[in-house]
Ligand binder design. Sequence first.
Ligand code: 5AD
Ligand code: SF4
Length: 482
Amino acid sequence: MYNDNPTIEDVKKELRTDHNIPLGEERQGEVLELSANQESSKKFYIESYGCQMNFSDTEIVASVLSDDGFSSTRNMEESDLILINTCSIREKAEDTVRKRLRIFNKVKEQKPELIVGVLGCMAERLKKKFLEEEKIVDIVVGPDAYRDLPILVAGAEDGNKGVNVFLSREETYADISPLRLGSNGVSAFISIMRGCDNMCSFCVVPFTRGRERSRDAFSIVAEAQDLFDRGYREVTLLGQNVDSYKWLNPETEKPVSFAELIEMVALVSPDLRVRFSTSHPKDMTDYVLHTMAKYENICNYIHLPVQSGNSRVLKLMNRTYDRVWYKERVESIYRIIPDCAISSDIIAGFCTETEEEHQDTLSMIEWAGYSMSYMFFYSERPGTLAAKKFEDDIPLDTKKRRITEIVNLQNQMSLIHNQKDIGKIFKVLIEGNSKKSTQDFKGRNSQNKMLIFPKQDGLEPGDYVNVRVNSVSSATLKGEIV
Ligand code: 5AD
Ligand code: SF4
């Protein structure tokens, strides 16, 4: 798809290419633009890669830049500032970013005053090494330093390259109102915490996003209320490990837990759906599950990454739970919320994983009955505990074979999960036109499954409808309004 040395024609072709979103939470290079384009002298162009948190951060960045007099553009050739919000989770994600930088370089050759900035996890990981490795980069900004962007950009305009990768123990951007870029106007993400203290041995996130900190609960509720007042009908509360959310209310001097937080957000309105991600099996409490069961508008869907189905591998991964513990959590979910859908993240071919241990992961997929999973093969990340302690000893072809087996099984399981929905009627929140046809709407049910159904007059995105499922694939349900 990319040449090592692209021509400007390649760049133009690239600009016309829609970036596809592959399997996994990792989203690829979406170009985001403010829905209402303000007139302004300076324009920024931004691409985001990686997890939802990065996309949410991009909305913070847009807000900071907009306050600084910038407006956004989808056309990188007309921009004064190109930003790329990067992901370090796997090597492939970093390779993609470097390829994009080569594309930006071609634009900069035509427009030397253009400023290029690298944001996010890769900026944090490589710090000022980025400026040496990638000559076209002018500013390097870590996830906790976005308030500093106007100063760094101004410095770069004066010819000074700048780096701010300071990781904070307090920054939550609680007072910054995110600019909802490329939003469908129906569902939005709200960041409720930042960082991660878990130190899973494979994961680079604790190093790139720093220590865990929770955001002021009242600012979260206020953001949800504001979104609802503006017509939004669904919020997803985001954190690396939402179950360890804990914020000390200065008035009562009592901590607010995650279960209390979702209740507070659910009470904004029964017409506002509440979702959250990601749940950690070691921290997910029955209190959260009972709160979900109590409120119809808290969606019956939990993303509960297992990573591996084998206890020895889980120990090496430093997940701090074993297979038995995980199964008990899944049983509690189905007991307290019988129609809850559960999804997972799975890593194939972690250091020293045997064939039997891989089989344990396959059997877990079947046993847990995941509605879907994000599946990856292990990619060693510099600086992580696993990189320091273990050899990345599973050959690439074995990793690929194992991930293929995992993907095939999950696809079968997803199909079976969906087939059980045939004939059922679901309350669906309309998100917009289906990708394939303007005659059809798309929307999700509480279980986070996408439904496609013919439009009816008088309905619009943001409305709830009851849809009966008539047919399914492993990815979507098709039906009709009843
Ligand atoms: N290699 C492969 N997958 C990884 N993940 C995190 N780190 C790695 C890695 N080094 C996966 C985990 C995590 C998801 C966001 O990405 O499954 O839950
Ligand atoms: Fe990474 Fe584990 Fe933290 Fe998730 S919980 S961000 S996998 S260290």
